[in-house]
Design a protein around this ligand. Structure first.
Ligand code: FAD
Length: 443
């Protein structure tokens, strides 16, 4: 898929800006998006990329948690840029945990392992999924397996020297099957868990995998925000697709394999919308005089800050707070405390310092700028999760274990300014098919 998409770009003579980082969205007084500011990493130069249409495909933000399957680039830059430009983030309380991340590393062990016949054990050697999902057992959905694992660990049946993981057994499949069907998994287990799954089980924990929320869009890929009583007012010139966008096609929990379909469908749809929009808006609009001011002030603070804490330390604390206070299970006291703590972390970040002030390929500067974005996403997540007093999809509240459609069948919008929340009704009317009423999921 990646290669095909790349080849299509080559055919279209797409100009790539490799090793550039988009920093801030440029909006004019009417709210129209006119491009981004961006940093050329090689030189440290900042430029304005003026655009008649801007599409974000900047990916998810799993790196706000300590344990995640996500790549190091998944720092939620698009979400941070949108939030700073006054655009709300939608449904950020819904994060999917994948049940089988390598303990301590977070690296993904695919569901394919359980599909081939691998299964989970607690420290007593019990195949515990039989108790939680008697029919589907280890093949139950990701949130059900993740919660079962977290419960086993919480109730003292976790494996490993600290009792903080469970075991994924696959040696019974035999070396031939493992080498033929799961060679990459054997490699990962050896490299990241120091076990050979032909002989020993892999220690695994639930690990953050996918964000259901993001920059609010409609199914045309256009970014939509509440404005003057219209909950779906289009932001002219701004589009989002892929994991950073939230067309809400996955609701409160995504099914495996559906992200790639989502990004192809809504990426194409956004492309079609952009072509239409460019046809109707042939010329560039003038940039506002303050187009680069926000970016300049963020960078000059980084350059001049002295005596502040290190960004690395603040980032570590952000990830710890998110993992502990907003994990698989959500407890009211931990959430309330989490909101306080994540605001403290956000406040510390505004005074943090990078020691290396050089310009050329300064990765410390890049990481500091990424942390600004991560902190917006972390705040959005914690505040939205604390407010949602029910359990739905991937959001599981210990104090509100049931889904509450009367009060909570609605989308959350989080605004950076004052951590303000607003809600939008869920559209349950498909354009062409019959509507399927929500119902309780049972096994
Ligand atoms: C280990 C793993 C396995 C998965 N397996 C599956 C699967 O089998 N099926 C499925 O459907 N889904 C799967 N998913 C989910 C799916 O892969 C992701 O949701 C999807 O790849 C997201 O694609 P994207 O294009 O939106 O973002 P990404 O692929 O994350 O790409 C974002 C791009 O934006 C760039 N970028 C970010 N910020 C900036 C910035 N400020 N300036 C410039 N560039 C920037 C990044 O460098 C990156 O190139 C998996 C995810 C993981 C982590």
């Amino acid at each position: 898929m990646l290669h095909t998409l790349y080849q299509r770009n080559v055919r279209a003579n797409t100009q790539f800006f490799v090793e550039w980082m988009a920093l801030d969205l440029i909006r004019d007084a009417s709210g129209q998006v006119l491009g981004v500011t961006a940093l050329e990493m090689e030189t440290g130069e900042v430029m304005i990329l003026q655009a008649r249409a801007t599409l974000f495909a900047t990916g998810g933000a799993g790196r706000i948690f300590s344990s995640t399957t996500n790549a190091f680039i998944n720092t939620g830059d698009g979400l941070g840029m949108a939030a700073r430009a006054g655009i709300p983030l939608e449904d950020m309380e819904f994060w999917q945990f994948h049940p089988t991340g390598v303990a301590g590393a977070g690296v993904l062990i695919t569901e394919g392992v359980r599909g081939e016949g691998g299964y989970l054990l607690n420290k007593n050697g019990e195949r515990f999924m039989e108790r939680y999902a008697p029919n589907l057992k280890d093949l139950a959905s990701r949130d059900v397996v993740s919660r079962a694992m977290a419960t086993e660990i919480k109730e003292g049946r976790g494996a490993g020297k600290d009792g903080d993981c469970v075991l994924l057994k696959l040696d019974h499949l035999g070396p031939e099957v493992i080498d033929k069907r799961l060679p990459g998994i054997r490699e990962i287990a050896k490299k990241f868990a120091n076990v050979d799954p032909i002989k020993d089980p892999i220690p695994v924990v639930p690990t953050v995998h996918y964000q259901m929320g993001g920059i609010p869009t409609n199914y045309h890929g256009e970014v939509v925000v509440p404005r003057n009583g219209d909950m779906n007012s289009v932001v002219p010139g701004f589009y989002a697709a892929g994991e950073c966008g939230c067309a809400s096609v996955h609701g409160a929990n995504r099914l495996g394999t559906n992200s790639l379909t989502d990004l192809l469908v809504f990426g194409k749809s956004a492309g079609d919308s952009i072509l239409r929009y460019l046809g109707e808006n042939p010329g560039h609009k003038d940039l506002p005089a303050d187009a680069a001011d926000l970016t300049q002030s963020r960078l000059s603070r980084l350059d001049s800050q002295k005596g502040g804490e290190s960004y690395a330390e603040v980032g570590r604390d952000m990830r710890r707070v998110m993992q502990l206070h907003c994990g698989v299970f959500r407890f009211p006291d931990l959430l309330a405390d989490g909101v306080k703590k994540i605001r403290e972390v956000a406040d510390r970040a505004t005074r943090s310092e990078i020691k290396d002030k050089s310009k050329v390929f300064n990765t410390a500067r890049i990481e500091a700028l990424e942390l600004d974005n991560q902190i917006e996403v972390a705040r959005a997540t914690m505040v939205s999760a604390e407010a949602r007093q029910e359990s739905r999809g991937a959001h599981d509240r210990s104090d509100f274990p049931a889904r509450d459609d009367v009060n909570w069948l609605k989308h959350t919008f989080w605004y950076k300014d004052g951590d303000r929340l607003e809600y939008k009704p869920v559209n349950l009317k498909p354009l062409t098919a019959e509507s399927v009423e929500p119902k309780v999921r049972t096994y």
